[in-house]
Design a binder for this molecule. Structure first.
Ligand code: SF4
Ligand code: FES
Length: 234
């Protein structure tokens, strides 16, 4: 099938401002949008720049805006769309490094703030690992699916206007550890997210839920964080 892809391009070393370039290609309906970009890079414009790694929805590196919505280019097939015209842009809300590649430094800096590692100084049992019951593991099953693609943060109006807001991905990660029966850093993390730029900045707009390619109900997890803050009487 014949497709038209309009792609936002920007090379800060050469361009004063972003511009659009339109490509007409012939693609198979089962091609991923990522395949279309690879085809354009190989056959039409070798300078086209985008991130990708796994090509299977695992690494989170090829999140971009496709026809107005954040999505992983490797998870969307041409046939998923009714149209044969595509508009492809970098994720909004992040500085553009080149074409579809954005700067995630700020995103990962916020993640680091909530101490996204296992905190527990207690010795594990000598003859086993730290065991969780099925019920305990179910509390974090959804949250551990996050692949740090940044789609939620880039779709959040609250994050657009508050640069210091921790944002949905960092808050989700905080919940992931706070709800983990094996972790002992809950109090420490709850103090970090109990802030005007933390959980309380979320206005339950639900854009993050719609944007998440892993179908994580991020807003619900942020609401659970707020409840935990109350439960801990912080
Ligand atoms: S919560 Fe979803 S949208 Fe946000 S970073 Fe994780 S996988 Fe991506
Ligand atoms: S390339 Fe890894 S998620 Fe798309």
């Amino acid at each position: 099938m014949d497709l038209t892809l309009k792609i936002r391009k920007f090379n800060p070393e050469e361009d004063e401002k972003p511009h659009w370039r339109t490509f007409k290609i012939t693609a198979d309906p089962v091609w991923k949008i990522l395949d279309c970009l690879m085809h354009i890079k190989n056959e039409h414009d070798g300078t086209l720049t985008f991130r990708k790694s796994c090509a299977h929805g695992i690494c989170g590196s090829d999140a971009m805006k496709i026809n107005g919505k954040a999505a992983l280019a490797c998870q969307k097939l041409v046939k998923d769309y009714r149209t044969r015209k595509f508009v492809i842009e970098p994720l909004p809300g992040f500085p553009v490094i080149k074409d579809l590649v954005v700067d995630f430094d700020c995103f990962f800096e916020k993640l680091r703030k909530i101490r996204p590692w296992f905190i527990n100084d207690e010795k594990p049992p000598a003859d086993s690992e730290r065991i969780q019951s099925i019920e305990q593991s179910e509390k974090i099953l959804d949250a551990v699916k996050c692949i740090f693609c940044g789609s939620c943060a880039s779709s959040c109006p609250t994050a657009w206007v508050n640069a210091d807001y921790l944002g949905p991905a960092a808050l989700l990660k905080a919940y992931r550890f706070i709800a983990d029966s094996r972790d002992r850093g809950a109090e420490e993390r709850l103090r970090i997210v109990n802030d005007n730029d933390g959980a309380w900045r979320c206005h339950t707009i639900f854009n993050c839920v719609e944007a998440c390619p892993k179908d994580i109900n991020v807003t619900d997890h942020i609401a659970r964080l707020k409840r935990e803050i109350f439960n801990h009487k912080l």
